[in-house]
Design a protein around this ligand. Structure first.
Ligand code: HMG
Ligand code: MG
Length: 298
């Protein structure tokens, strides 16, 4: 059985842009966010309060949030890795934050300058303090389906990391295929490992990068398991600067096309979204990799 409705968690302004080599002007970021909300997206991951030297592209997080034209009914989550990041996010008036853990030792070191166990010493106080401040906290788990340095990742290891985030107070987990190596079978295995460990499927979201062209098939597998929150980025922008071979996320347009075909509600105006991605592609100086954008544009 498929869900009747899906929440699209748009990560284009954050995951999509964090990997861009040329700094995207703040005006362009603001217009991008405004257009995405105008196209009907209700969850817009706006930016990250990470170390500006680690991700220079998002060093303007304060300015983006200060100048953001907030649309009614739209939430604007941001990434925070540590207490310093949370302090900045609170000062900027955010209501939704996300921490981002790694399912593997190597990526915890590369992305967080930490370790598989040590990362919780960073996240747990952040989650606690955010909850006390009344914020909703999402927990990402990266490298759920494979890691460029460690290869296959045991589902039990992924579940252990995810459960610690839930126990610490995260309201939802986003299962990241950071480098896009998952297939429908591994998606089922990891989701089943969570549900067998007592985690409700409603507390799981999926976050697929499309490196091997499997993101849509993986999404369908997750929907069939009952997942109702799917991450994607407009036009298929994205990647992680600290993960080799990470490419763009599942394109939101491709996701919308799939959901329309399945008769699943999502609230997005596909034409307005394609127009936004065509506009953004012009700003970035290269065409969108999304098949649906290419099919529908111009
Ligand atoms: P570190 O260098 O170990 O930090 O970095 P530290 O705690 O040792 O602090 C060093 C200095 O940085 C201190 O300043 C801190 O105040 C400052 P000093 O006292 O020396 O003057 N500092 C900060 N400044 C501003 N904002 C902050 C901050 N934190 C410390 N937040 C750290 C550790 C976690 C900060 C660093 O590794 C980092 O920023 N990593 C982020 C990497 C990143 O953003 N990666 C991409 C997002 S994850 C992703 O894309 C995957 C995902 O999409 C899911 C998937 O696809 O799987 C989510
Ligand atoms: Mg990602």
């Amino acid at each position: 059985p498929l869900p009747t409705e899906v929440t699209i968690w748009e990560v284009g302004p954050r995951d999509g842009l964090q990997n861009e080599a040329e700094i995207v002007p703040v005006e362009v970021k603001l217009e991008f966010l405004d257009r995405l909300a105008g196209a009907g997206l209700t969850t817009l991951e706006a930016t990250s309060f990470v170390h500006p030297k680690w991700v220079p592209q998002l060093a303007d997080a304060e300015e983006v949030l200060a100048r953001l034209r907030r649309h009614d009914g739209v939430r604007y989550p941001v990434l925070v890795p540590n207490e310093r990041g949370l302090g900045r996010a609170l000062a900027a008036g955010v209501t939704h934050v996300a921490v981002f853990a790694s399912a593997t030792e190597t990526f915890a070191r590369r992305n967080l300058n930490s370790g598989l166990d040590a990362q919780f010493a960073m996240f747990e106080p952040v989650i606690g303090r955010a909850r006390e401040a009344g914020l909703d906290v999402r927990g990402y788990v990266s490298m759920c389906f494979g890691d460029p340095w460690e290869g296959a990742v045991p589902p039990e290891q992924v579940v252990a990391v995810g459960k610690r985030l839930l126990d610490a107070g995260c309201s939802q987990l986003s299962l990241g295929d950071t480098i896009g190596v998952a297939t429908a079978a591994s998606v089922e295995r990891v989701i089943d490992a969570f549900t067998e460990a007592g985690v409700a499927v409603g507390d799981l979201a999926v976050h697929f990068h499309d490196t091997y062209g499997q993101a849509l098939a993986n999404t369908l597998a997750a929907l069939r398991r009952g997942v109702t929150t799917v991450d994607s980025s407009a036009g298929g922008l994205g990647g992680c600067p600290y993960a080799e071979s990470a490419t763009g996320n599942l394109a939101t347009e491709d996701l919308v096309w799939l959901l329309d075909g399945l008769g699943i509600k999502h609230g997005v105006d596909l034409d307005a979204l394609v127009e936004t991605s065509v506009w953004m592609a012009r700003q970035l100086g290269r065409p969108s990799p999304s098949r649906v954008v290419r099919a529908l544009a111009g």
